[in-house]
Write a protein of this length. Structure first.
Length: 91
């Protein structure tokens, strides 16, 4: 897992597979989604699991700071860090 510095928080991300890039935002309670996606799909799609702020391995923040706008900013920071111009969003 790699961590990206953005605005004082460190969202974690895991990148698996090759091909068209899709971001899947996850929290600690949603880790099973990684296991349920078929391994062969990773031959055609790059899956980027972004652990959003708050729960799990990413930076802990007060609950009111876990907003859709903040999560979108975290995803965009990960996208930029990975050098991707565009990504799809699953979830």
């Amino acid at each position: 897992m790699q961590f990206i510095e953005t605005g004082g928080v460190r969202p974690g991300c895991e990148v698996e597979g090759t091909g068209v890039s899709f971001v899947i935002p996850v929290s600690s309670s949603q880790q099973t989604i990684r296991l349920t996606l078929s391994p062969p799909i990773r031959e055609y799609i790059q899956l980027i699991f972004v652990h959003h702020r708050g729960p799990g391995p990413s930076s802990r923040v007060p609950f009111p700071e876990i907003t859709l706008a903040a999560i979108a900013d975290d995803i965009d920071a990960v996208r930029e860090h990975l050098g991707l111009e565009r990504v799809g969003l699953l979830g």
